[in-house]
Design a protein around this ligand. Structure first.
Ligand code: TYD
Ligand code: MG
Length: 464
């Protein structure tokens, strides 16, 4: 008898499964995202459970036994410390053996370059670099461009997961790199490479291979135009660490950001510069993010932010100009649009600035996205500076969160921010008056404590 092929419809955005086609996904709300995919014949057993009596004694399905937490030994789990300090930092102190890392980013941002560079730099470890996107020759050309050589780096161009595992068992790598998860196919599924069920199945196979053989795995993942990792969201839940590689393709700076990490803190940041011969680590980001300017211009301020454990001084530029159309434009670059609208509303209500009749353009220099609320104060002051056309001296910097009442709120780890500003030669720093409970001594920088936006406007602009 001919076996009936079972199919199901999957949302390509979130992985929601439905037996019939739907125009709109009930789970994530995206339109026209359902694609029919064949299921493997065993899928009807998914999630089923049988009582123990159904298994014969010593059945291999019962091989995993519970252990007392105190009996579990992890002394042998030495992290692999790579020569790349930025990567070590975002991973929380090196690569954890057996960990699965997903690295996402837009096409052409430099994911393959970063991974190949790490594979070659780790010359003391055996690395297997599996590529389903490029030929061996292309990878060799790239390696020559990078100018690093390693005898321990193996290249495999293959997309079938079972073949990859067969080769990995021969090579026995410490680190397996897969470029990219969307090109892999599993022989157990018939759907096309890159479809939700293939991506999910291949990732699950890779994870179980990694955990059983204690191999660390880096998977490269493509990003959809909406900015999420292509394939189901479920991929992010399956892996130990999710990294995003981002940056403006027209600028040379790239940021490696931790989105999820089971072995360290998130919100860590690694900064690289794309050069002619690969990615270079940027050790002193603040000095680069501050543009060298001789002329004093209005609308430019510097915010003392903190990304993970690292203080960063970032330049904020804004331009406020009379609006030609009825609806004024608000165009932030590197800053959240909703937060900008909130700050503009606060400036209007508490400061009396008539921003409703003005276009506001905001730019965080260096192509970096800032999420630290401490940049609020720098953003607010830069908008007022542009509106009033009054220059803020370039040796001033700011750190404070702006509340809805126009109050300047305290920010975390102010000492670190002050130390960084002082190191870079800033003379004056404006911070929340609620921040300093105990006075700091021996400062070469003048601290101005402010409680509300009005305070700061009075001090800097004298217009109230
Ligand atoms: P790539 O790593 O292929 O990006 P992804 O894998 O994320 O799609 O590289 C992208 C770009 O980087 C490519 O346009 C060329 C550039 N590049 C350099 O500028 N310098 C270099 O040394 C290398 C290898 C690439
Ligand atoms: Mg690539």
């Amino acid at each position: 008898m001919l076996k009936k092929i079972k199919t199901s419809f999957f949302c390509q955005e979130c992985g929601y499964e439905s037996i019939k086609w739907l125009g709109k996904c009930p789970s994530c709300g995206s339109w026209n995202s359902f694609v029919e995919e064949k299921l493997n014949s065993d899928s009807s057993h998914r999630g089923s459970w049988k009582p123990r009596s159904n298994y014969a004694e010593g059945n291999s399905k019962l091989s995993a036994k519970p252990h007392r937490l105190s009996e579990i030994d992890y002394a042998d789990q030495h992290r692999i410390y790579t020569p790349d300090e930025e990567l070590n930092r975002v991973l929380g102190g090196g690569i954890m053996p057996g960990s699965i890392v997903l690295i996402g980013g837009e096409p052409g941002i430099g994911k393959s370059t970063l991974m190949l560079q790490i594979a070659l730099m780790l010359s003391s470890q055996r690395v297997l670099y599996v590529s389903g996107e490029e030929s061996e020759q292309q990878i060799k050309m790239r390696a020559e461009r990078l100018g690093i050589t390693s005898d321990n780096c193996f290249i495999l161009t293959e997309t079938n997961t079972q073949n990859i595992f067969a080769q990995a068992e021969i090579v026995q790598p410490h680190l397996l790199i897969v470029d990219s998860i969307q090109t892999l196919t599993s022989s157990y599924l018939e759907s096309a490479a890159g479809s939700v069920s293939q991506v999910r199945e291949c990732a699950a196979e890779l994870i179980s291979f990694g955990k059983q053989t204690h191999t660390s795995i880096f998977m490269i993942g493509h990003i959809t135009k909406e900015g999420s990792l292509a394939g189901p969201k479920v991929l992010e839940h399956m892996v130990d660490t999710v990294l995003h590689f981002e940056g403006d393709r027209h600028l040379s700076y790239r940021v490696l950001r931790t989105v999820k990490n089971r072995f360290g803190s998130t919100s860590e940041l690694g900064i690289y510069e794309m050069c002619g011969n690969g990615l270079k680590q940027v050790k002193n980001p603040s000095e680069i993010l501050l543009s060298q300017r001789d002329e004093a211009l209005s609308g430019i301020t510097v915010g003392a932010t903190l990304e993970g454990n690292r203080p960063l001084l970032i330049e904020v530029q804004s331009l406020v100009s009379a609006s030609v159309y009825g609806t004024p434009q608000r165009t932030p670059n590197g800053f959240d649009a909703k937060r900008l609208n909130m700050l503009l509303a606060v400036l209007e209500k508490r400061g009396g600035y008539k921003l409703y009749a003005n276009d506001v353009f905001l730019n965080i220099t260096g192509g970096i996205k800032v999420e630290d609320p401490a940049i609020d104060l720098a953003v607010a002051v830069s908008i007022i500076s542009s509106y009033e056309d009054i220059v803020i001296p370039n040796r001033f910097c700011f750190a404070g969160e702006v509340g809805l009442g126009g109050e300047i709120r305290a920010v975390s780890r102010i000492e670190q921010r002050i130390a960084e500003a002082q190191k870079l030669g800033f003379t004056d720093m404006y911070i929340s008056k609620y921040n300093l409970k105990n006075a700091l001594s021996n400062l070469s920088i003048t601290l101005h404590l402010v409680g509300t936006l009005e305070d700061i406007v009075r001090k800097l602009f004298n217009t109230l």
